[in-house]
Design a protein. Sequence first.
Length: 475
Amino acid sequence: MHDNSGDERGTVPREAHTVKIRPAVRASEKSADSGDTIKSSVGAVADADVNDKYRSASINGDVPDDDADESDESEEKDINRHVNGVTGAIVGTIKGIVYLMFIIVVGVALALFVVIPIGNDVFALVKDDEVVDVTVPEAATLNDIADLLYENGLISYPKIFKLYAQFTENENDPDYGVFVAGDYSLSKTLNYGQFIDAFKPTHDVEQISITIPEGMTTKEIIDLFVENGIGTEEGFVEAINNYDWSDDFNYWFIDELEENGWSEDRYYRLDGYLFPDTYYFFTDSSEVMAISKLLDNFEVKFTDEFRDYVHSKGMTVDQAMILASMVEAEAGGQAEFPLVSSVFDNRLKNSASYPYLESDATIMYAMFNDMGERPDTLTGTEYDSPYNTYKYRGLPPGPICNPGTAAITYAIYPRATDYFYFVANNDGLSVFSETLAEHNQAIEDIKNGVAVSTIFAGGSGSSEYQEDDEEEDYE
């Protein structure tokens, strides 16, 4: 027999609730055992009570749902983000303040320990008035002056002093880089500009312009200086032949010349290096300072490319300058430089067949220096001198003039031709020949006035530079 009391408690009207409860009577139908039926009915009642409570809470609005939980979590995250943002802003502000304080401290430190001391040294803002005696040596350089002032306590920053001098001096000024030798009494209250001015020449003398043309000999250059009231012949000879340029100027080409040695038959040690150009001098310039201007110019014009290529050919710079001087002296003009250079180059490469360079200009140079007068024409080739390239093999002992850039360029980079001879024509140019027979015929044509100079005949040779595939005999 079934107990229907459980059905009355477990049956819930549908319209009064939002949740449907399973009837307990079904549990009793699954078993004929009354105990099981009672247990199932009690369980159903218990379930109904729980669900009644749940439904009651739902009706009153007190039941927590998943959307509410998610909303709470989102709100909490928003709060955390706000807190973190405020915290980050505070930390960033603190960092900015610390960085600004650091910059201020560093700036003050630089001002106190770097900027102000250097500014005081440059402009002598706060210095004692002690007077110091110093001696400026002959041909002193800017480095020498900076070291001299520093060692005597007159300045504290020699490198800044040199930068100041380089930026404030005018390179076109004849006194640029010139400091007068002598004894000075200097006050520490002088600024950098006043120190520089103290060592500069005071000129009550004339400033002159001197033009040295390409091909002028060293003796002619000395005479030109003396004629314009600069120095003496003896002073120039001493500066050119004996002055130790390594102490104050350190010219690399003179160092190379000294290292390789130069012939005792050479007339002037610096033959070939006194670069032709227009210069400005005060008439009280010393011989050393006057010559240094010419050497400075040579150092600029004879480029590193020239030097490297000369050395790659197995030549010295002095040998290149000897060839350049011969090209300058022999050619009837720059148009002939490539051809004259090619003749000497071809002979040096074929020294077995052409042991002598046979240059008239080398003999005339020797005669000019020995006798003080250059002959208008060469009447013979028997003059006894190591410079006589008809009698002595290879190059002469030294350059025979001071060549310009064009002659130097073609001496280093000779044009490729088959010429081995040339002879001066009546028009001042030359006739170039490949064989001795052609050369002799050219001489005859010149005598008869029918020779045509090679430049006008179109025989200019290749436009390419001569490749060095054969060893040259420069000795």
